[in-house]
Design a protein around this ligand. Structure first.
Ligand SMILES: Nc1ncnc2c1ncn2[C@@H]1O[C@H](COP(=O)(O)OP(=O)(O)OP(=O)(O)O)[C@@H](O)[C@H]1O
Ligand SMILES: [Mg+2]
Length: 243
């Protein structure tokens, strides 16, 4: 059974249809990459998965259970689906350690001490132990993104959802975070990642889904997409400047 099964998912904002009949299966251990032009609906699709956005119609089944509709424990769902946003979204008033520990206390119900120990353990995997007392404003972009990923993984989610994890970073930091994601891929972490970075995409995933105005138009290897008969798809994947 797929970990996440999306069927005929539609999202409208007013008159605007942002997602049209999206179908998608994510298996345990899969790394799926989603690419597409700005405004094509990538973030909206990710946000539907844990109901940060309420879909208009369709179905999302997570571990055999329907996610949409009433009576679903959204808090429990969000524990299972770890999110890393483009803009890090760290709490600026909390230091690194507390940023990672907060969810463990609030969502997992750990004691203060337990949460801090768990958070420290997670930070050690990301070479961030020595920065544990710093506040987000005192970190580089790459370090902030490491903390954001550590925070998501500390919850031991079933899947890690990454929305443009490298786009706010300079090329060096971007490479650093890409290496980290590659490493997680090697460890068998299930991921779905939106990116504009063709190198990252080809490093972490076998195939890339191309979202065009709310429709998944292709799901194939980048080499195939860059030779796609549809010129729009071809130029997106053949021309790095444009991507
Ligand atoms: N809360 C909202 N209310 C109204 N319209 C929205 C809302 N969120 C997104 N949209 C619209 O939905 C469309 C898709 O937005 P989305 O953020 O999913 O695009 P994206 O593919 O992630 O783009 P980008 O690459 O720029 O991040 C856009 O036209 C956007 O204006
Ligand atoms: Mg987006």
């Amino acid at each position: 059974m797929a970990l996440i099964q999306v069927r005929d998912l539609v999202k409208k904002f007013g008159d605007q249809t942002v997602l049209s009949n999206i179908n998608l299966d994510l298996q345990e251990g899969d790394v799926r990459v989603l690419m597409g032009a700005s405004g094509s609906g990538k973030s909206t699709l990710l946000r539907c998965l844990n109901r940060l956005v309420e879909p208009t119609s369709g179905s999302i089944v997570f571990r055999g259970k329907e996610v949409l509709g009433p009576g679903v424990d959204v808090k429990e769902l969000r524990k299972q689906i770890g999110f890393v946003f483009q803009q890090f979204a760290l709490y600026s008033h909390l230091n690194v350690l507390d940023n990672v520990a907060l969810g463990l206390r609030k969502l997992q119900g750990m004691s203060k001490l337990e949460a801090k120990e768990r958070a420290l353990h997670e930070l050690s995997h990301f070479d961030m132990t020595s920065h544990q007392d710093k506040y987000p404003a005192q970190l580089s972009g790459g370090q902030k993104q490491r903390v954001a990923i550590a925070r998501a993984l500390a919850m031991d989610p079933a899947v890690l959802v990454l929305d443009e994890p490298t786009s706010a970073l300079d090329p060096v930091m971007s490479r650093d975070v890409a290496d980290l994601i590659n490493h997680l891929h090697g460890e068998g972490i299930t991921m779905i990642c939106v990116t504009h970075d063709l190198n990252l995409a080809s490093n972490i995933a076998d195939t890339v889904m191309f979202l065009d105005r709310g429709v998944i138009r292709a799901d194939d290897r980048i080499e195939v997409l860059s030779q796609h008969p549809d010129p729009e798809i071809q130029s997106f994947f053949g021309n790095k400047e444009k991507a």
